[in-house]
Design a protein around this ligand. Structure first.
Ligand SMILES: Cc1ncc(COP(=O)(O)O)c(C=O)c1O
Length: 489
């Protein structure tokens, strides 16, 4: 991490703080006027300004914000880097739309986040899907195989771009270098949704991030894994395949015309924090992870997801992010929802999500030793209890369907945009077999659609939705009364 303090040595946050502490009176937006008497949120308004003199304009950055973006760019080593104040969602939309024309074809992994599907609808694209394999030991998606991507591009040579997610929500990292090689051999653009991997490759070279691995467009949610406010993200572009002025045009359409200076200061502050403290924090992070593994290795029932725990070596992942702790209770008397509840109610540990056979703890460079220890201790104690329960009840191993991870995908009747724009009607999920979905049904988190507009509702997807609802997972796209949107016939 090379620190270059020549430009804007104090950073955006300091500039805002100094300005706002001065005597300039705000005859401009925002309406709270930084007045301490503006309600219970007033203390958060102190550095919230708009595009005033000296503070540049994100949509035409020439000064402070240009320098701040260049600073982020140096940290990641991309061709160009853009600030995003509307999360990775906005970066994904801009990336996909900037490299396609309405009606184009793209190749995308079926486990992409819904933002990619939204871009498909907005641009009226024809998606061809890469269906990821499953890591059976943990009921999660595997990484992406470069070889299979190559075969799919051979079969669908009109595709303009390839979109994949790495790391996945559960931390599975694909061999981006190999995928980029294949995609570029076919003359296509590689977009990597690395929303969960903004920390990759910053200090430790392995696993490397998608920018270094040669992807053309890479999207990072800073807020997911680094010290930055919710909604902050970055979009990086590499190489010459992407028309950067077109990309900028989409960004200026998709980002707010009043990007929050608080959020932008948070991005700058995050970048500066990493420059200054990154090496120390990453070392600490890895030490804590190792201690956590050393403690939990004694568990006899609960298993922590690790590459070394995989019984087969024919999976496509090349690494498993240490920040995604998959705590598996597969083949025990417990399920993910119960483990989630126990961790929350008895140990006051709030997990990121629960799936059928595991819970996901997200740990970052900012976690404390206490946090890591509490998690390890709780897992070990619960594991002891499972042992007792198992002995007492000799409970049979339950055969379960993994709700968060699809194996069978619905057939598609029409393009997502076609279905989305058709007349729609609501009907009871159970009565919708054979009907064409007009909306998405997703589990949130992780926000991967179980069904996409244009796909045919079948028994398998209905079973999956009902099972997920029974487990109290957050199913989006089905009303309280169990209704879904289908294309009117
Ligand atoms: C893989 C992936 N991509 C994109 C997004 C959207 O990110 P954001 O919430 O920063 O808009 C998410 C959010 O969960 C995600 O998991």
């Amino acid at each position: 991490m090379d620190i270059d303090n020549n430009q804007n040595p104090e950073g955006l946050y300091q500039a805002l703080s100094v300005y706002c502490a001065g005597d300039d009176y705000p005859c401009h937006m925002p309406g709270h006027k930084r007045n301490p008497d503006s309600g219970e949120m007033a203390r958060y308004y102190g550095i919230d300004i708009t595009e005033i003199d000296g503070f540049d304009n994100l949509h035409h950055a020439q000064g402070l914000l240009k320098e701040a973006q260049e600073r982020a760019n140096r940290l990641y080593g991309a061709g160009e880097t853009y600030y995003l104040v509307n999360g990775s969602t906005c970066g994904v939309l801009a990336a996909v739309m900037s490299v396609t024309q309405p009606g184009d074809e793209i190749l995308m992994a079926r486990n992409c986040h819904k933002a990619v599907y939204h871009a498909v609808i907005m641009q009226g694209l024809k998606p061809w899907y890469y269906y990821p394999a499953r890591i059976r030991e943990y009921d999660i998606y595997d990484g992406v195989s470069a070889e299979r991507i190559g075969s799919l591009l051979d079969a669908h040579p009109s595709c303009k771009a390839v979109v994949i997610t790495s790391p996945t929500y559960e931390g599975i990292i694909s061999d981006i270098e190999a995928v980029a090689r294949v995609v570029h051999t076919h003359g296509k653009v590689l977009i990597v949704d690395e929303a969960h991997g903004a920390h990759l490759g910053l200090v430790t070279k392995e696993p490397q991030g998608a920018v270094a691995a040669g992807a053309d467009l890479v999207i990072h949610s800073l807020h997911k894994t680094l010290p930055a406010m919710t909604q902050t993200a970055l979009l990086h572009v590499n190489g010459s395949l992407v028309d950067r002025s077109r990309l900028r045009r989409y960004l200026s359409m998709l980002q707010s015309s009043s990007p929050s200076y608080v959020l932008m200061a948070s991005v700058d502050s995050c970048v500066r924090f990493l420059e200054e403290h990154g090496a120390r924090r990453f070392t600490f992070y890895q030490e804590q992870y190792q201690k956590f593994c050393d403690k939990t290795v004694r568990c006899r029932h609960i298993r922590i997801g690790k590459m070394t725990e995989l019984s087969e070596n024919d999976y496509d992942l090349i690494a498993w992010d240490i920040g995604k702790i998959v705590i598996s209770v597969k083949d025990t008397v417990m399920n993910g929802a119960r483990l989630y509840a126990v961790l929350r109610e008895q140990y006051h540990l709030q997990m990121e999500m629960a799936a059928d056979t595991f819970v996901l703890a997200m740990m970052s460079v900012m976690d404390t030793e206490e946090g890591w220890q509490r998690l390890a201790d709780a897992i070990c104690e619960i594991d002891d209890r499972i042992e007792k329960e198992t002995c007492a009840k000799t409970a049979p191993v339950r055969e379960r369907q993994a709700a968060a991870c699809q194996e069978v995908y619905p057939d598609s009747l029409m393009m997502p945009a076609q279905a989305f724009h058709k007349d729609q009607e609501e009907m009871l999920l159970q009565s919708a077999v054979g009907r064409t979905a007009a909306g998405f049904i997703s589990l949130y988190p992780p926000g991967i659609p179980l069904i996409v507009p244009g796909e045919i509702v079948d028994e398998a997807v209905i079973g999956q939705v009902l099972e997920s609802r029974k487990m109290n997972l957050n199913v989006q796209g089905v009303s309280e009364a169990g209704m879904i949107c289908v294309v009117r016939e």
